[in-house]
Design a protein around this ligand. Structure first.
Ligand SMILES: *Cc1c(COP(=O)(O)O)cnc(C)c1O
Length: 360
């Protein structure tokens, strides 16, 4: 067996311990004679799996009792529609557009009501987070929407926007569980799990209870109502059972690692190794303003497309995979999620140093 260091933005690296455990349990999950993929989602075995997963997630994030945790399908992208359909009571919402995911969410919301783009960083290819301390929040806005960590551009909100009392909805797909957050500051905090938690195919949405009602946009499909899933404890229909199982294992792994404070310290340490190198390199440059840098996604360039391509190719040959930047921005991007060991980042920086020497 040979494993590479996988810097993919998602689906992304998972903790080896979790993969090993899942492999051991594949043929016979804890004496029940079948794998988790084969069991009824209504079975006692699975009930324990989903309940424990939720309990561990609640522990990790310190989720208040008045918030529901939903395990839903359709990925983060489906939330782009579900959120306006369920929350736009006045038909108005404010969006801060800091990258492609926020832009997609904004465009989707435009289909269902009056979505206002109240700030954007598109003028400088989303390389910074706009000042959100005093934005023109709409009087009748049902919520203010952000994408907290911009996976493609590598920026992150280090302070949440001043929403002037309006509910805040945040997409945390690519920084989910990378550090502690105060859930009570959000109306909804949600993320696709394939970035920093588990396999693809699921989104976890943490929603304040008073927002889960039957008062949704006319014509909203049953499957797109938060209340449908909340009432059925994420078992209205067959959920992504295997994904829930793996996420549950990752939650236990995170608790064993010391929880989210410990993960934050480790993530800061890992990111610092890479940013410190970028800041002194004569060949490689980070593409984001320093104050808004993400701990999870680190884009960088040489300034020369051919050299970028050479770097990606040689890195792959050295066992450092998926460093190519997003197709819309080019260059490189290293995603260094929770499960990326510090050795992976050290090896990447050593490789970058060597490449710089050889390509002066
Ligand atoms: C990847 C990503 C999405 C889209 O996730 P899907 O699960 O593919 O729909 C949305 N938002 C952010 C921040 C992402 O990184």
């Amino acid at each position: 067996m040979s494993r590479v260091y996988n810097f993919s933005a998602g689906p992304a690296v998972l903790p080896e311990e979790v993969l090993k455990e899942a492999a051991e349990e594949m043929m016979d999950y804890r004496g029940c004679g079948m794998s988790v993929m084969e069991m009824s989602h209504r079975s006692k075995m699975f009930d324990t799996i989903i309940k424990e997963a939720e309990a561990d997630l609640r522990d990790l994030l310190n989720i208040p009792d008045n918030y529901k945790v939903l395990f839903l399908q359709g990925g983060a992208s489906q939330q782009f529609a579900m959120i306006p359909m369920n929350l736009m009571k006045n038909g108005v919402a404010d969006y801060i557009v800091t990258g492609q995911w926020a832009k997609k969410a904004y465009q989707e919301a435009c289909k269902y009501g009056k979505a206002n783009k109240i700030a954007s960083s598109e003028d400088k290819t989303f390389s910074y987070i706009p000042d959100c301390s005093d934005l023109p929040i709409s009087e009748d806005a049902d919520y203010v929407y952000i994408c907290e960590n911009n996976t493609i551009y590598g920026t992150k909100y280090h302070t949440l926007p001043n929403t002037k009392g309006k509910d805040l909805v945040s997409d945390v797909s690519s920084c989910f569980l990378s550090e502690p957050i105060d859930v009570s500051k959000y109306a909804i905090v949600y993320g696709g799990v394939q970035k920093n938690i588990g396999p693809a195919g699921m989104v976890i949405s943490i929603i304040r209870e008073d927002l889960i009602t039957d008062d949704v946009m006319e014509g909203t499909p049953t499957m797109l109502k938060f209340k449908t899933h909340a009432d059925a404890e994420s078992l209205y229909n067959t959920p992504n059972c295997y994904c829930i199982y793996i996420c549950g294992k990752v939650f236990k792994w995170l608790k064993k690692m010391g929880g989210l404070e410990a993960m934050k310290a480790l993530n800061e340490k890992k990111a610092k190794i890479l940013y410190d190198f970028l800041d002194q390199s004569e060949l490689f440059k980070g593409t984001v303003v320093k104050e808004d840098r993400s701990l999870m996604n680190v884009p960088f360039v040489t300034g020369d497309k051919e050299l970028d391509a050479k770097f990606v190719k040689e890195a792959t040959e050295a066992g450092l995979e998926n460093l190519k930047g997003h197709r819309t921005v080019g260059g490189m991007r290293a995603s260094i999620y929770n499960a990326m060991p510090i050795e992976g980042v050290e090896k990447l920086v050593a490789f970058m140093k060597k490449f710089e020497e050889e390509n002066k």
